[in-house]
Design a protein around this ligand. Structure first.
Ligand code: XIL
Length: 318
């Protein structure tokens, strides 16, 4: 029986992959599924490449956690999506707490992106250069970077990433940009803004943290993906999980299967959608229960390592 990455490749995609994290890697049953390249052809470190781990003090770089997942992907012959270089969240305190001028923040941003992207340059298939820069209404999130530098910070980040890693695909990555609307339109605007500045952007990551029963339809997802690929960039589903209101039962698990099938099916139908990544595959290590009270069972494998019906929904889509 073919597994998910094999099916994705047969469907013309580059990979079916998963996020993973250092804490899970001591579970042998988990690691045997994670490392099966027929199931997962791509890994994303869920935390270890974020600014708070990589540059905890100004100019002090630590690649330990991120390298564990990067080196596992290399060992397993899996693609690596590197995540992320610039984000408002999981920053070390010194970033928001420094009294920046435009000049000092620009220098710190270039320094961070350059060191980090150079470090993993031989390993990253893609970089999420910029994560979650937009508000729901399509305006820019007023984080430290935007407050000090304005839209210019986005150009600074993509320029430094392109110079530091000429071969990785450079992505903008966000949530709630998976169906047409003001936030998706603003993400299209980031792509065209960079293109008009003569800077490289290769793709847009559609995080796809969905809720059972309110996942966008396959047609909404397809037309949204095409609005990006029409600009000449790739798209990828980068953080797919579909949470349900606990407890799970036959009804909500069946709906979850339909919802996974719609999302994966949209990627299959859009030529420029290169691959699908789930935001981990095993319920006990999902970020969902800790962040969305009452929700869970968002992944493809239950705690006892049996498969959700949604696994077969994904299979049907591929
Ligand atoms: C999450 C991780 O899974 C958690 O372990 C961490 O505590 C918080 O961040 N969007 C993203 C990811 O781009 O980086 C987030 O990952 C989930 C939402």
């Amino acid at each position: 029986n073919a597994k998910l990455n094999q099916l994705a490749k047969n469907a013309g995609k580059l990979y079916f992959g998963t996020a993973t994290d250092n804490g899970e890697l001591n579970n042998t049953q988990y690691v045997s599924i994670l490392s099966d390249r027929r199931e997962f052809g791509q890994l994303t470190p869920a935390n270890g490449m974020k600014w708070e781990y990589v540059e905890p003090e100004p100019g002090v770089f630590n690649y330990t956690d991120g390298s564990v997942v990067a080196n596992l992907a290399t060992k397993n012959h899996q693609l690596l999506r590197c995540h992320n270089l610039v984000w408002h969240s999981q920053l070390p305190d010194w970033v928001p707490n420094t009294n920046w001028t435009k000049e000092t923040l620009k220098a710190a941003l270039i320094d961070h992106v350059t060191h980090e992207a150079r470090h993993w340059a031989s390993q990253c298939y893609a970089w999420d250069v910029l994560n979650e820069a937009l508000n729901e209404d399509g305006t820019y999130r007023n984080d430290t970077f935007y407050a000090v530098l304005g839209e210019e910070y986005i150009k600074i980040a993509f320029k430094a990433a392109a110079e530091a890693d000429p071969t990785a695909k450079l992505y903008y990555n966000d949530y709630n940009i998976e169906s047409p609307g003001p936030k998706s339109t603003a993400a299209l605007g980031i792509v065209t803004m960079l293109q008009e500045a003569g800077l490289r952007i290769d793709g847009v990551g559609l995080q796809s943290h969905f809720i059972v029963g309110s996942t966008p339809t396959i047609d909404q997802q397809i037309s949204n993906m095409k609005s990006f690929t029409d600009l000449g960039v790739d798209v990828a589903i980068t953080e797919l999980d579909i949470r349900l209101l606990l407890p799970s039962n036959a009804t909500n698990l069946q709906q979850q299967s339909k919802d996974y099938e719609a999302s994966v099916g949209a990627c299959v139908q859009v030529e420029g959608c290169v691959g699908i990544t789930v935001w981990d595959f095993w319920d006990p290590v999902s970020w969902v229960p800790g962040v969305f009270a009452g929700y869970g069972d968002a992944d493809l494998w239950f705690a006892n390592f049996t498969k959700h019906p949604a696994y077969y929904g994904v299979e049907a889509a591929l």
